[in-house]
Write a protein that binds this ligand. Structure first.
Ligand SMILES: Nc1nc2c(ncn2[C@@H]2O[C@H](COP(=O)(O)OP(=O)(O)OP(=O)(O)O)[C@@H](O)[C@H]2O)c(=O)[nH]1
Ligand SMILES: [K+]
Ligand SMILES: [Mg+2]
Length: 364
């Protein structure tokens, strides 16, 4: 039996099996098996022509965004609208066949936007260019899942399932489980919170399925068996995903309103250039980018050339971004902006910066 058949057998068995206390272990084990076969499927294939010709685009700029969607939802139209790059758009499916990079210039940042071929159900198993597209998606900082607002949400669920099945986790946090493989000593199992979705026996069974007999497992939150499997597999990526519903020029205002209220969603019309400003604003938010401006003593801040950094960066990170030796000479910094109580405020290296803060570094 090939891997694909094994996968479909297990999937069938999982859907056949009723979910209850008595089947909990059996289901957990099936899920572990399924994850194992799917990982095998993801291993680079040796078949010729399968490798990413036209897909090996270099990462550049401050962040990378991948456009994922069914054919003809308007991905190329969006790229051509938001960037200086032209990507062919047409009314027939699979117009785009490779990865086309463009650059969005927003708030002084260069955001790389990747137009990709449309993907369909079965992409993860190699239908169309699915595998190449998914490989690019894994390297992104954000997934823009583009959907046709005139169609039902089945596309969205199908794509979510495709990405899920190859270990891409959308808008999810990495499970807070400490896991370490050991050379001996058996399995040590602990938790800092009461566990309601998994118990020691199931943890043991799942680990054994992966031929792991010596390991340390510490649950720091009430996780599921699936989440434990994700941690064991270690090849999962956790990415923010923004759902972009295009072609709202074709639907009623009530329908637009309804879709716009669903979480993580933005409604647009690429052809009519509707709501694209809000899309960029949200993109910026989801990428967790911030601008920090520097200032020399006695001079106004340099607002023309901000540093583009990630949310959560400290003053120390900022020093590194200014010059590689600055952190060693750091004495303190003066910061103006929303991250401080007073403006300016004297802060240390651990102070966390906010978007649009101004900083003046004082050296030893
Ligand atoms: N009504 C309407 N049509 C749009 C809009 N945006 C794009 N289209 C049309 O949708 C069709 C497909 O657009 P593309 O940009 O080629 O779509 P794609 O997702 O890149 O398609 P593939 O590369 O084939 O996967 C074209 O005929 C576009 O003119 C929109 O906002 N409203
Ligand atoms: K098209
Ligand atoms: Mg296209």
């Amino acid at each position: 039996m090939g891997i694909l058949e094994k996968i479909s057998e297990i999937e069938k068995e999982i859907s056949r099996t009723q979910k209850n206390k008595a089947t909990e272990y059996h289901l957990g084990l099936l899920k572990a098996k399924l994850a194992k076969y799917r990982s095998q499927l993801l291993e680079p294939s040796k078949k010729a022509g399968e490798k990413g010709e036209g897909f090996d685009v270099l990462k550049s700029g401050d962040a990378r965004v991948a456009l994922i969607g069914f054919p003809s939802v308007g991905k190329s139209t969006l790229l051509s609208t938001l960037t200086k790059t032209e990507s062919e758009a047409a009314s027939y499916e699979f117009t785009t066949l490779t990865c086309i990079p463009g650059v969005i210039d927003y708030n002084g940042a260069n955001i790389q936007l990747l137009d990709l071929p449309g993907i369909i159900e079965g992409a993860a198993q190699g239908k169309g260019r699915g595998r190449q597209v998914i490989a690019v998606a894994r390297t992104a900082d954000l997934i823009l899942m583009m959907l046709d607002a005139t169609k039902k949400d089945v596309h969205r669920h199908l794509l979510e399932r495709e990405l899920e099945s190859v270990g891409i986790r959308l808008n999810k946090k990495k499970p807070n489980i400490y896991f370490k493989v050991k050379k001996g000593g058996g399995i040590s199992f602990n938790s800092t919170v009461p566990l309601t979705k998994i118990d020691e026996k199931l943890v043991q069974m799942i680990l054994h399925e992966y031929k792991l007999f010596n390991a340390e497992v510490l649950f720091r939150e009430d996780c599921t068996a699936d989440e434990l499997i994700d941690v064991i597999c270690a090849n999962r990526v956790y990415l923010p995903c923004l759902y972009v519903y295009n072609k709202i020029d074709q639907i009623s205002i009530e329908e637009v309103d309804r879709i716009a209220r669903t979480p993580n969603s933005v409604v647009v019309s690429c052809n009519m250039k509707l709501n694209l400003d809000y899309l960029l604003e949200t993109l910026w938010e989801y990428l967790s980018l911030i601008r920090v401006y520097t200032k020399k003593p006695g001079q106004p801040p340099d607002f023309s050339d901000g540093l583009i950094l990630r949310k959560g960066v400290t003053v120390e990170h900022v020093c590194h971004a200014i010059h590689r030796t600055l952190a060693q000479q750091f004495k303190y910094a003066l910061v103006w902006g929303t991250s401080t109580k007073y403006s300016p405020q004297r802060v240390g290296a651990n102070h966390i910066m906010h978007d649009e803060d101004v900083i003046q570094v004082v050296k030893k």
